[in-house]
Design a protein around this ligand. Structure first.
Ligand SMILES: *[C@@H]1O[C@H](CO)[C@@H](O)[C@H](O)[C@H]1NC(C)=O
Ligand SMILES: *[C@@H]1O[C@H](CO)[C@@H](O)[C@H](O)[C@H]1NC(C)=O
Ligand SMILES: *[C@@H]1O[C@H](CO)[C@@H](O)[C@H](O)[C@H]1NC(C)=O
Length: 297
């Protein structure tokens, strides 16, 4: 049988999946909107369900949403708006006037059945404005939302980036926001391409992107991904990590992100306590993301 050459040269199309998206910087912060555009352009079906206001640093807090008694952040909705709402011309962009966990819970329980006819295949949070390294994971709402999703059985990734400040959705997209969205899409697509289950039960990924400068690390292609630990290992006490890059001890994510060069760290966490997962779980992720991961130089 004869196949046209052009067809046989086409790369395998990335599998498009249903994704719920949240953050702690708020539904109208530009990073979550840039990521929405990037994941949608990659073919995924994305629904955004994030706090109405800046809820940075609220960890795993959860409370019944309430009617807005002030405007949503950046005047993105008027005071007096209902506890949950959406952009009338883009109903996939939803706010919840409560914490990050509450907002992703609403996305999973209420919006996903409507848009996806069931649970989302993946939860992504961020890109957070500012890194979430080490102890930060206990306070970050971006991490709180991701670990909530992982605990209810949805593979989850928390993304955070070093550069930028909280910025309204409706300005010219800053370069860092585009770079972080492209990097997050790259990780998502790589994980999805490795097939289901996307992650083992109860496992989430903490992904941190290093700084985007004016003349350094200005494009997603400049960045290298390194498998890392969330917390510093305690000598003689912490069990060995997965063996890679000639060692059974992974670098901490702080070390990776602070290294000279353009680096992004990927740590494998346990949702229940936000601590590092064991070497077996790290090995699953190393295998799935082997096409993306490199060693720290
Ligand atoms: C958002 O909240 C955090 C934590 O309270 C605070 O540090 C930050 O300045 C707030 N951002 C804005 C733009 O107000
Ligand atoms: C709502 O969506 C429209 C159309 O995409 C856009 O022009 C507007 O800025 C959006 N507003 C908010 C708060 O998302
Ligand atoms: C590693 O962690 C997983 C998930 O928590 C657990 O099911 C498994 O028993 C652990 N394996 C080892 C060797 O500790």
């Amino acid at each position: 049988m004869h196949f046209p050459l052009a067809l046989s040269l086409l790369p395998l199309a990335t599998h498009a999946i249903n994704i719920i998206s949240s953050n702690d910087d708020g539904w109208a912060e530009i990073n979550i909107r840039t990521l929405y555009d990037s994941l949608t352009a990659a073919g995924h079906s994305v629904v955004l369900s994030a706090p109405a206001e800046n809820e940075s640093g609220t960890g795993s807090d959860d409370a019944t949403p309430t009617t807005l008694t002030e405007a949503c952040e950046f005047d993105s909705c008027p005071s007096g708006s209902p506890a949950e709402g959406y952009n009338a011309s883009q109903p996939r962009w939803n706010y919840v006037n409560s914490y990050p966990v509450t907002s992703i819970k609403y996305g999973i329980n209420t919006l996903s059945p409507e848009y996806f006819d069931g649970a989302p295949a993946l939860a992504v949070t961020g890109p957070n404005v500012g890194t979430n390294l080490g102890l930060d994971v206990f306070f970050s709402g971006t991490v709180g939302a991701a670990t909530y999703a992982a605990e209810v059985g949805i593979p989850a990734i928390a993304f955070s980036g070093d550069t930028g400040s909280q910025t309204a959705w409706d300005v010219t997209t800053p370069t860092y926001s585009t770079v972080y969205a492209e990097l997050a899409t790259k990780v998502t697509d790589e994980l999805v391409a490795a097939g289901t289950p996307y992650l083992p039960d109860e496992i989430w990924l903490n992904v941190n992107f290093g700084a985007v400068g004016d003349s350094t690390c200005t494009s997603a292609d400049d960045f290298k991904f390194v498998l890392s630990r969330i917390f510093t290992a305690i000598p003689l006490l912490t069990p060995a990590d997965v063996e890679t890059c000639g060692s059974t001890r992974l670098p901490t994510e702080t070390k990776v992100v602070d290294s000279d060069g353009c680096y992004a760290s990927i740590s494998v966490g346990l949702a229940s306590d936000k601590l590092d997962a064991n070497a077996t779980m790290q090995a699953v992720v190393l295998d799935k993301l082997s096409g993306l991961l490199t060693c720290l130089e």
